[in-house]
Design a protein around this ligand. Sequence first.
Ligand code: SF4
Ligand code: SF4
Length: 204
Amino acid sequence: MREYFRNIYQTVRTILIGLRITLMYCFAKTTTVQYPDVPPTSQPRFRGFHHFQIERCIACEMCARACPIDCIHVEKSATRRLDKKTGTVTGGAILRYAIDYSKCLFCGLCLEPCPTQCLHMGDIHDMTCYDRTTTTVEFTELAKQGLRTPMPYWMTTARPPEWAVAMRERWLARGREARELMLKALQEQPTPGKGADQAAAAGP
Ligand code: SF4
Ligand code: SF4
């Protein structure tokens, strides 16, 4: 009989230990954030949808290889090179740079090996959409619009909340200064002096 009650005690005790955190939250004061009327608070190291500086990308695919679930797609027309002194990239064009966010874990592993540090975790938390095809973000298409980050659908509507208008302006400003360079990344850029060097090597 004693053993019987001891087993009951042990069962209840271990369940309560397992639920300790849950129970604490059951009695904690609740807070409701009135999103989207009120902006959500994200921490400085929050990992949201990527912020991509396409004009610095050399399409080396190191990020794609580091990705544990192969959700980054990179295509180029030829090798691209970064001149560290001038910060300009020459060579082939970036034909496609896309991330499939239906798979992305937001682990940030793709950032680590990037030799030009052009890929960053952004501060966008929301990418609601109507169908699965739009979960793949084509950053090359965004670059044509001067965008470095995808824009949540609701933010493109006529009357987003006031705080969202300010945020949208911040995101647009990120790409505005480098618009020309972003467009150049989508086209082949000859390496300065390369043609002359080749001509000299070929001789008269
Ligand atoms: S983002 Fe960085 S690692 Fe990825 S292809 Fe471009 S340069 Fe290479
Ligand atoms: S954050 Fe992680 S899962 Fe997402 S693209 Fe980068 S490496 Fe892949």
